[in-house]
Design a protein around this ligand. Sequence first.
Ligand code: NAD
Length: 381
Amino acid sequence: MNKELKLPANGSGNRERMIVITGAGGFIGGALARYFHEKGFTHTRAVDKKPLAEWYQRVRGVESLCLDVSNEESCQRVCEGATEVYNLAADMGGMGFIERYRIECLRSVLINTHLLEAAYRAGVERYFFSSSACAYNTDLQKDPHVRPLKESDAYPAMAERGYGWEKLFSEMLCQEYWAERGMKTFIARFHNVYGPYGTWDGGREKAPAAISRKVIAAKHSGTPRIEIWGDGTQTRSFMFIEDCLIGIDMITHCEDLIARPINLGSSELVSVNELVDIVEEIAHVKLERTYDLGAPKGVGGRNSDNSLIKQILGWEPNTPLREGMGKTYSWIEREYLASTSRQPLDEKQPKTLLAFDRGRSPLPVSLSEAFQGRGQEQPAR
Ligand code: NAD
């Protein structure tokens, strides 16, 4: 069933205020730029260090800058005239990436260090920081039958090596910019985010996209096998991108959440094996599974305790995994087929629908279309 995009009232107000989004060439930042554009904001500045041609989404009417925000001068430029800053920039990826490139992950601390200071000096009213469930104490996440993580579980600290510690330290920076200098900062601990226009190949992709790609590749190559990282019993929850955007907006405009880290994730827990079941069902295939026990698999289990977000916002991410994965799978399949040239993309999408510049593929007229219409398509068998 199509679901109307729920746009919160909280983030309304003056739609001419300058919104800056860093990491806007990536998955969540790109979607956020489009989200604000569709809400009618007229002054949005999107920033990423990637060349513009490589951005996943570019929104017409949004100022798009190719700048490295781990650099102090760039941060000053980026924050000029800004009212709100949303920092989605980080060197990150799935377990394969964050276990292999800890230094790159840790060096993202430069982004927050310079961006916070530049935002403060520019008189920014609200600063949003995208933290992660990887900031939580890993000792609490060994068992697949994990107790959902609540916000206080980050301390005593034993974060994920590299990536998690950077998030925890940057959270602290945000908290001190409020405590010492009075700049309003907002911190969401994302639990795995997935959806259309996310990374689905190249080594930085996360489980929902990686499994979708593997199932698609198996289906289209006629090799009915899939390799799974770990033994498949590890558990996670996965949040659909649409919920993530709404959550970012609500959190950043909630005075009760200033400098207070909060979970932003789904509480629908599944094992990796169950996630594969869902994707197989969407693809109408059944694959032989092999398990790579030496591959990076992360913690044994992780889920989001949503008591705080429900109490403060009266809302929690609520897109069922099966629904979100259907939309994600359809999008990845189109990308996959386009990249392997087995089915020209133009056959599927009339050019008249295109309203945005393209990063990797044509984009639909509206966010709702991206999340609704396309998800209804059933991939060819
Ligand atoms: P992404 O990799 O798709 O996007 C991040 C973007 O940041 C990339 O386009 C990258 O080029 C850009 N970037 C990196 N360093 C930069 C720099 N120095 N200057 C400018 N741009 C730079 O990742 P995403 O999934 O969109 O994640 C966005 C944020 O959410 C990150 O902070 C990430 O740690 C956090 N997060 C994401 C997830 C998830 O499941 N996707 C989970 C937890 C936290």
